[in-house]
Design a protein around this ligand. Structure first.
Ligand SMILES: [Zn+2]
Length: 100
């Protein structure tokens, strides 16, 4: 919701003119930074996040407002990749300790 700058009447967000006094309505408050066109799951980014989990974990909160789907896919890939690496490292260490 926005308000007429001249008479102060409440206006619809999409209103161009104030119905009360007829003056031009102010532009809507700062447009959302959400970039729908860019917001698709990027395979390249996911691969990068899988190889460098730290990148994905930093990218997620950083880009969450602009491209939430892309950022989330990247962040989740990073976490899954990190978890798999941690499990593999644990298993290798565990069986290595038993076998050697
Ligand atoms: Zn007005």
């Amino acid at each position: 919701m926005k308000y007429c700058t001249k008479c102060g009447k409440e206006l619809f967000d999409e209103a161009v003119f104030c119905p009360n006094c007829g003056c031009a309505a102010p532009n809507p408050p700062t447009a959302s930074p959400y970039r729908a066109a860019d917001d698709h799951v990027s395979v390249g980014l996911c691969v990068l996040a899988a190889m460098i989990p730290l990148f994905g974990i930093i990218y997620w909160p950083l880009m969450h407002r602009e491209t939430p789907k892309k950022a989330q896919a990247c962040g989740i890939t990073a976490i899954v990749s990190w978890a798999v690496c941690a499990c593999l490292g644990f298993l290798i260490g565990f069986f290595g300790a038993i076998l050697l």
